[in-house]
Design a protein around this ligand. Structure first.
Ligand code: SF4
Length: 373
């Protein structure tokens, strides 16, 4: 999938400002030791280009159904979409990008790419938009295309890598191999774009071991960002046919959670920013289009709960029943550490007299500090 992210209004990241990294985000401000500190929020305005110019039909993809749009593009609609997003995003402390998702941006005729990019230029000149993000296939990147993207202000390029195992790529009808991803990535990095390599789990021929190798290769290639998407079987795709014939089994929800947690930990160690875990399809897609695959409801929360469960398990020893425990984690991780429906707190309660979680803005990411009392 070039980008498997329908109907996501904004993607928000907390950025470091004035050297302060942590804190609890309260819309525009974070608190740290009772002081208010300005933070910049990052917003993506998503424009979906459904299966425009896709040279292949990947086995799992029906991009029209993913985005809920047909393939006709109305440029006025795009401008209206951008304007309406801009009206709803606070101007102060915001950094806004336009993101062309879906389809294969750089496989469109050059003139058409330029038409899309031209729509954004007034916003870039006025300073309302800070950059453009596109998603595309690795076999549709060359120096000429990169020159054009740079000229029109594209800053981030996401490639649908999906797997870096040639057998999985072949079985998924991707139409390119690992070398195509490696070569395109090299060129993108040489041209100083921010590189994202998206990956999928549970594709035909895939396994946790193969997925781990893909994640390691994504790190070695030098990607800055990634997205982790478990495969869903969508109606009227070739994967659907395979599934109906009994030749494909989708990951169960718990398999997808465990695999995603393992892959997340690899990226975390490799300093690759994970922009998204799982698909957030609208209710209509879940009800009408997805015929099999892991449940995406609160998927990221469940994955991060698993990541934390594995860490917190290490705190339990034979003497722990006599102790109470205080666990300090970063504010952004607090809910994940406590767990989806407080499941991590509950499992620790079986081993400790009392369990308390606290946020501490001096702690980063998956680090934690423990006091026994
Ligand atoms: S390249 Fe494949 S995954 Fe991407 S939009 Fe086209 S068919 Fe879908």
């Amino acid at each position: 999938m070039c980008t498997y992210v329908p109907h996501v209004p904004y993607v928000v990241y907390l950025k470091e400002v004035n050297g302060v990294k942590n804190g609890v985000c309260h819309k525009k401000f974070i608190t740290d030791n009772n002081k208010y500190i300005r933070v910049i929020r990052h917003y993506n305005i998503p424009i979906f280009i459904p299966e425009r110019a896709c040279p292949f039909q990947c086995i799992y993809c029906n991009q029209q159904k993913i985005t809920g749009q047909d393939t006709t593009i109305d440029y006025n609609d795009i401008v209206e979409t951008i304007n309406s997003y801009l009206l709803s995003i606070p101007e102060e402390n915001s950094e806004i990008q336009i993101a062309f998702f879906g389809g294969t941006f750089t496989a469109m005729p050059i003139n058409e790419q330029i038409e899309f990019l031209k729509l954004t230029q007034a916003y870039i000149k006025s300073g309302k938009i800070k950059g453009i993000r596109i998603s595309t296939r690795p076999d549709n990147i060359d120096q000429n295309i990169l020159n054009i993207l740079k000229k029109y202000g594209v800053s981030h390029i996401e490639l649908g890598a999906q797997s870096l195992d040639n057998d999985v790529l072949l079985k998924s009808h991707r139409g390119h191999d690992y070398n195509a991803v490696k070569n395109a990535s090299k060129l993108i990095l040489q041209n100083k774009f921010t590189l994202g390599l998206q990956m999928m789990l549970g594709l035909p021929g895939d396994s946790l071991d193969i997925a781990k190798e893909t994640a390691k290769k994504i790190i070695d290639i030098g990607a800055h960002e990634t997205r982790i998407y478990p495969t869903l079987v969508i109606k009227d795709t070739s994967l659907h046919t395979l599934f109906n014939r009994g030749n494909y089994s989708a990951l169960t929800t718990s398999e997808a959670i465990i695999q995603s947690a393992e892959i997340y930990k690899i990226f975390e160690k490799g300093n690759v920013k994970v922009l998204r875990i799982g698909l957030y399809p609208d209710d209509n897609l879940i009800e009408n289009e997805v015929v099999a695959g892991p449940d995406m409801y609160n998927f990221k929360e469940k994955v991060m709960t698993e990541v934390w469960r594995q860490q917190l398990e290490n705190l339990i020893d034979k003497t722990s029943l006599e102790k109470s425990i205080k666990i300090y984690v970063s504010p952004k991780q607090l809910n994940f550490a406590i767990g989806y429906q407080a499941s991590n707190r509950k499992f620790l309660f079986d081993s400790f007299k009392r369990v308390k979680f606290y946020s501490n803005s001096k702690i980063n990411n998956l680090e934690y500090h423990v006091d026994y009392y």
